[in-house]
Design a protein. Structure first.
Length: 276
């Protein structure tokens, strides 16, 4: 049965874009959206109280994700970006059901899987949280488009806690990265997908490990571009806006979130505590 074309004519280009993640990782996507779509107002929800999602049960992740989605809909967002791989892998179906085609929903796995499958890649590695790897969604999504690609996924659960603790360019992250990337599962890969939005914060360290041997995929820019295409299709791109508004809501305010969000969005932003 052919899907009905989605109709978003009830939405206005002046409404904000909603973005959510379990913590600082989604800021890598938000930063890219800000760069690509500088006129847009953004509302970001970081569920720092419940991180890391990658260690939680599917039921818990569905519960957190649907509550946050409801909150962003109440805030009148014109699109929702699930800037979290664990939430995408475990709760995308439930979020889509809840949204019920009221607004476009952009996730962080499908656009990346689609792009990789149409380029010249034969051996692809994915590093991600346990929750994302256990879902097998990357492998399924890539092979749906191109069944000849070999996909090897590796759970790398120590990276998110290290990043959330503020370790970057540090002997601790060097050691964890070396330990994971030298795993035999990733031995023959030509391309590596960072299957968690936290991981681009370690991009330089990961590239350092590989030199030029492996291409590391820049997921945030692919996701931001997908959002731009969808908003453009539905005439929802905001026009000239010299003072875009960035609102940040956190379920627990952490020093590390404060540091990274201010680095990406400027010192003057406010972080509001919001427990759902």
């Amino acid at each position: 049965m052919k899907k009905n074309k989605q109709d978003f004519s009830h939405l206005s280009a002046n409404q904000p874009i909603g973005i959510f993640d379990s913590g600082v990782g989604g800021l890598t996507v938000a930063k890219e959206i800000k760069r690509l779509l500088p006129n847009e107002d953004l509302i970001y929800f970081g569920d720092t109280k419940h991180l890391p999602y990658g260690e939680k049960s599917r039921e818990a992740i569905v519960g957190y994700s649907t509550k946050i989605t409801n909150f962003l809909l109440e805030k009148n967002c014109k699109a929702i970006v699930i800037a979290c791989n664990s939430a995408t892998a475990n709760a995308l179906k439930e979020v889509l059901e809840l949204v019920n085609q009221k607004v476009p929903v952009i996730d962080v796995i499908n656009p990346v899987a689609e792009k990789v499958s149409y380029e010249i890649h034969t051996n692809v590695g994915v590093i991600a949280t346990k929750a994302t790897v256990n879902s097998g969604l990357y492998k399924k999504s890539i092979r749906k488009h191109n069944k000849f690609i070999k996909v090897d996924e590796l759970a790398t659960p120590l990276l998110v806690p290290a990043i959330e603790e503020g370790f970057r360019n540090h002997p601790i992250t060097h050691s964890i990265i070396y330990n994971y990337l030298s795993n035999s599962k990733l031995k023959n890969i030509e391309t590596l997908i960072l299957g968690c939005t936290h991981y681009p914060l370690l991009l330089n360290e990961i590239k350092q490990y590989y030199g030029n041997r492996v291409r590391v995929i820049d997921s945030p820019s692919i996701v931001a571009n997908q959002l731009r295409i969808i908003l453009e299709q539905h005439h929802l791109l905001k026009g000239e806006n010299p003072n875009p508004k960035y609102q940040f809501y956190l379920s627990d305010i952490t020093k590390n979130f404060e540091k990274i969000s201010k680095k990406f969005f400027g010192k003057s932003i406010d972080l509001d505590l919001k427990v759902l």
